[in-house]
Design a binder for this molecule. Sequence first.
Ligand code: PMP
Length: 455
Amino acid sequence: MRKSHLIKPVLGNDYPVISHGKGIYLYDKEGKQYIDGSSGAITANIGHGVQEIAEALWNQAKHVSFVYRSQFTSDAAEMLAEKLAEYAPDELKSVFFVNSGSEATETALKIAIQYFQEQGVFTKTKVLSRWTSYHGITLGALSMSGHQLRRQRFNSLLEDFPVAPAPYCYQCPLKDSYPGCGVRCADELENIVQAIGAEQIAAFIVEPVIGASGGAIVPPDEYYSKIRAICDKYDILMIADEVMTGMGRTGKMFAMEHWGVIPDIIALGKGMSAGYTPMAATIVSDKIMNTIESGSKVVMSGHTFSANPQSAAACLAVLHYIERNNLQENAALMGDYLQNHLQRLQWKYSLIGDVRGKGLLCGLELIKDPMTREPFELSNKITDRLLSICFEKGLLVYPAVGGVTGFSGDSILISPPLTVTKEQINDIIDILDQSIGELTNQLISEGLYITEATS
Ligand code: PMP
């Protein structure tokens, strides 16, 4: 007999039962406190247990929580779309609501293909992406993802989309180095487009800062303007997957603002509702919407729960909370503070090969050899081991494995809620310091690692 009927991420593992959350802290039913150092899956952007969001959900639910989008619109959904359009670049003013990041990127894929079909172009059906990437778990979104660990059992069902080398300077897939390389990884896109044939390619999708498969990889300054120029030259749409990076996480509302480049479509999720309800969105340019409006008039996507007023009300309240508490600014300031302290840990532990990130999307890459930057074998489960040591000590961080090949590389994301304070970051660093020290000693005693801490 099964003790639990709920299918867990890893069968047989014990998961603590959550009791409640407050701010950056979570508490299980045994009374143990955890610092939410990864905002769950980089989602709980405003922290836990915020009363006004609970009230917004309740106030909407009292009136009506669900209407079918083919029959009604609602004030909450209209106001949320307006607010997102205000934040988006001037060229992107239309919003399509879905329920998860995967649905948001998959909707982006469909809209891109539809955009060309409305113009009588039926060959543009491929959406290219980069090898170090994750855009979601549904088959369309997974087709666009290079994440081999997620793809491996389903490869025969997936389109063969990812093609481009990632702008991953610490482990350059082209074995080059910045700035001497001239950002060759961006030029590679043009070679690939020419080889495949631009007439087959509808879009190129990017995570502005690469998250789940790379651990906060930040492309060089010139990268996105080069990508934008190639997309324009070959009539290819540019999709920014801001599911993880959006809503203030990197210190700007949308991370692409750091590069000053305007995509044609933006996918949002996670921090949009900050986890208070499942909600995500695809924001689309006027160029695309005008084409669909003067054609079939119907965006070929949608789900039962799309644009439900209850989720929209919660997201609106989250946005107001972010604005009122200047959380974008706090993310930028606290992100610098966190990165500084992570760099100090890097001086201490040669196990830490790289520290990187933007705002409060920060990453550490763990390596076997600081000189060659050689990663550990995946079977050494270095990331998992660090995660469980931190977990024991009451700190939650997020695994980002995959690396250049999709089967290598150990990175973690340290991305607390945007409300985090300096004192709380000090606590996070203390636990990380102890945990990395403990992991280093374990690895040395197992003969997997030779270098000791330097101070
Ligand atoms: N895109 C990115 C960049 C993500 O990080 C994720 C989730 N980690 C997704 C899409 C998929 O979102 P969801 O899990 O909500 O479907």
